[in-house]
Design a protein around this ligand. Structure first.
Ligand SMILES: Cc1cc2nc3c(=O)[nH]c(=O)nc-3n(C[C@H](O)[C@H](O)[C@H](O)COP(=O)(O)OP(=O)(O)OC[C@H]3O[C@@H](n4cnc5c(N)ncnc54)[C@H](O)[C@@H]3O)c2cc1C
Length: 393
């Protein structure tokens, strides 16, 4: 068996693992990232796209924001459509001057990998049989295979940034963790299309046939979603049905805004809220989707992963600068406080905008009253704007 040594061993080259590696590199702390997939796969995964101010600032600190600064779109508002009546929410005015930045997670990943590898950071793609162990001791190890070699990566700490289905969380004895979960009774059918988006800003549409989200991947593509049943398959959704449904849920007045184009990606995403407590066991620290999931309605998954990395990178830096373990010990508590507020917001947006049940007409009326109240109350809209643009770190 080969032996390697680093200070922080990172499992997963998603936005969480890559941003952590960049920030630690900038502080002179050594890392090795072990990633199960190949580089091409990681760089082509299409996911989130709406960034809070704190996320943009963190990518700046990670020296990976050059393309973002020149190519991203600034959005100062969103639109909410209720059965075809559209209302603009002025995020900037309601949040005291804040906005969101639209820039795809795919591009963020490409930027982080490019900068990190160019500066000499180590990412081992296609690492298989990755096993974190001995993390309850002071000498944790990550065992992995690469190009047929079995290697033991010795480190001071392990960062489990390997997403919801990764190995890190499941390596911790279940008796040491608590899980909190909600599975929603609907999913999202998402498409990426070579077509101009219907609006310059995101449209969240609540319609009696179900929710739809109209968003974009600048400069020319539309990223569009439809609420669908959990057990749906892509056979139920030929292109023509998708375009008709997108028009219908935007309402008669706005249907003409939908411009069709080639659909280049189609997929179904289940909706789930999930939190693990605590996010640390011994010298193994969980961050991002490895520790928590939100339904995508509030555009928070990627932003939460990055806020975890803000806290975790500061804690590692403080340890290596001063020897203090104070921030490492409080990492889980500090991160969870922000995570639960964001879980609440994502659950609220999801429950309010989706048609939940054919049978519970009381719940559906309450949901519509909530939307009606939101659109008629500056106080309620300000709360939405404060959360949507991102709570402070
Ligand atoms: C289909 C889909 C659509 C989404 N859309 C949105 C959206 O519109 N808006 C939004 O805010 N959020 C969205 N999200 C959520 C958002 O993309 C995630 O919150 C974000 O990717 C979390 O980053 P992460 O680095 O924690 O995890 P990930 O991005 O999941 O990265 C984890 C990495 O670990 C690797 N890995 C896994 N297991 C192992 C292992 N055993 N060994 C080594 N490596 C491993 C994976 O290959 C991956 O590269 C979406 C998620 C999915 C799945």
């Amino acid at each position: 068996m080969k032996v390697k040594r680093t200070q922080v061993g990172i499992i997963g080259a998603g936005p969480a693992g890559l941003t952590l590696a960049r920030l630690l590199f900038e502080s002179g702390i050594s890392t090795v990232i072990l990633e199960a997939k190949d580089r091409e796969y990681v760089e082509n995964r299409i996911r989130a796209g709406v960034l809070e101010k704190g996320s943009v600032e963190l990518l700046g600190r990670a020296k990976s924001d050059a393309r973002l600064q020149s190519n991203a779109q600034i959005h100062k508002g969103i639109e909410i459509s209720l059965n075809g009546d559209r209302c603009r929410v002025n995020l900037e005015k309601l949040s005291g001057g804040k906005h969101v930045t639209v820039y795809g997670q795919t591009e963020i990943t490409i930027d982080l990998i490019e900068v990190h590898t160019k500066l000499g950071g180590e990412i081992i793609f296609e690492a298989s049989n990755v096993i974190p162990r001995d993390f309850e001791t002071k000498t944790p190890v990550i065992q992995y295979e690469s190009n047929g070699d079995l290697t033991e990566l010795q480190c001071d700490f392990i960062a489990g940034c390997d997403g919801f289905h990764g190995i890190s969380r499941s390596s911790i004895p279940p008796s040491k963790l608590k899980f909190f979960e909600r599975v929603y009774p609907y999913s999202w059918l998402g498409i990426l299309a070579e077509a101009p988006p219907p609006s310059k800003e995101l449209i969240y549409a609540s319609h009696e046939r179900g929710f739809a989200l109209y968003s974009m991947r600048p400069p020319t593509r539309s990223r569009l979603y439809l609420q669908c049943e959990n057990n749906t398959t892509l056979d139920h959704w030929p292109d023509e049905v998708i375009w008709n449904e997108l028009r219908c849920r935007l309402g008669v007045k706005d249907a003409h805004l939908i411009q069709e184009g080639e659909i280049i990606e189609k997929g179904v995403t289940p909706m789930r809220s999930f939190v693990t407590e605590p996010m640390q066991y011994g010298n193994l620290f969980l961050a991002g989707d490895a520790a928590h999931i939100v339904p995508p309605t509030g555009a928070k998954g990627l932003n939460l992963a990055l806020s975890d990395i803000f806290y975790l990178s500061n804690a590692f830096t403080s340890f290596y600068d001063t020897g203090s373990t104070k921030e490492l010990k409080s990492y889980s508590k500090t991160a969870l406080s922000r995570i639960w507020k964001t879980e609440r917001f994502s659950w609220w947006m999801t429950s309010m905008l989706h048609k939940a049940s054919e049978t519970d007409n009381f719940e559906d009326r309450i949901r519509l009253a909530e939307l009606d109240y939101l659109l008629s109350s500056e106080a309620a809209l300000s709360s939405l704007a404060e959360n949507y643009t991102g709570l402070p770190y």
